[in-house]
Design a protein around this ligand. Structure first.
Ligand SMILES: NC(=O)c1ccc[n+]([C@@H]2O[C@H](COP(=O)([O-])OP(=O)(O)OC[C@H]3O[C@@H](n4cnc5c(N)ncnc54)[C@H](OP(=O)(O)O)[C@@H]3O)[C@@H](O)[C@H]2O)c1
Length: 261
């Protein structure tokens, strides 16, 4: 099955998973709008592939009040946009037995970038996708840690769990429109997420998890199959067992109560 979308906005495409998706999609002939804070990385991408195949827009997703304006700029410049990949994210240590080291500004930033900014931008793009006749999609990158948390990054896990729970509802909310809601749940992947510049207590963070290329292959296979939920690697352990049972209860509630919220 082909990827049915033609123009994709990728949040957080300056490194890691977002950059890997940007590369794969532009190589498949899609037009890709790459975003993030690091302008140099974005400009390098456009220079590499050409402005007929890619565009770059800088954005800081922690600044929630700027996001409606950012979305408006994208919608005006790219009226044919049909897919948004919500991928940007940060992970920080948050161990509450060391409460004196918890910085609430960092907690708020993590929750804002990983969760609230996704809601804000989904709110901006739903009315834009709703009237389209062609297929459109929101693709959200959560984490296996949305299902089973890790002690060292409790707030990160909570932000991803919140996102996962919210996505289940949004998929149902948008079912009557031509808007597909897809979730990818990565396991640990070798990217900058665990680098010492972000998490100084981790030694050799770049070697943690699955090689980026293997992850991207598996995730792309899921996207090309048209799957709505794509657990990759270790994330399948919990997804294929009790998470399926939990979602069965969710769908039984919908059957019993109907889709009207
Ligand atoms: N790597 C893993 O083990 C793993 C596992 C499960 C899930 N994930 C998820 O996968 C996604 C991608 O992470 P990654 O592993 O590829 O890490 P990464 O290499 O650190 O990439 C993170 C991306 O998010 C962007 N970002 C961070 N803060 C931002 C902000 N305030 N405004 C705009 N963009 C921001 C970064 O761009 P700038 O810095 O240029 O702004 C970068 O492009 C994240 O949601 C992460 O939680 C990763």
């Amino acid at each position: 099955m082909a990827f049915p979308y033609k123009k994709v906005l990728i949040l957080g495409a300056t490194s890691g998973i977002g950059l890997a998706f940007a590369e794969r999609l532009v190589q498949r002939g899609l037009f890709v709008i790459v975003t993030g804070r690091r302008k140099e990385n974005l400009d390098n991408f456009v220079q590499k592939y050409g402005s007929d195949k890619a565009a770059a827009v800088t954005v800081d997703l922690s600044k929630l009040d700027t996001l409606p304006g950012f979305a408006q700029t994208i919608k005006e410049s790219h009226p044919d946009l049909d897919c948004v990949i919500f991928n940007s994210g940060i992970q920080r240590r948050s161990v509450f037995s060391e409460a004196e080291d918890i910085n609430m500004d960092v907690i708020v930033q993590e929750m804002t970038v990983n969760y609230l900014s996704y809601l804000s931008l989904t709110k901006e793009f739903v009315p834009f996708f709703k009237p389209k006749d062609n297929p459109t999609a929101f693709i959200y990158i959560t984490s296996g840690l949305a299902l089973v948390p890790l002690l060292r990054c409790s707030n990160y896990c909570a932000s991803k769990a919140a996102l996962h729970q919210w996505i289940l509802c949004v998929r149902e909310h948008l079912k009557k429109f031509n808007i597909k809601v897809i979730e990818i749940l990565p396991p640990a992947v070798q990217t900058e997420l665990h680098d010492a510049k972000h998490q100084p207590d981790i030694v050799n963070g770049r070697s943690i998890g699955m090689p980026l290329e293997d992850f991207t292959n598996e995730a792309m296979d899921g996207l090309l199959r048209g799957d709505e939920q794509i657990p990759v690697g270790q994330s399948k352990l919990s997804f294929d067992t009790w998470e399926q049972q939990r979602q069965e209860i969710f769908h039984n509630w919908i059957k019993a109560m109907g889709l009207q919220p």
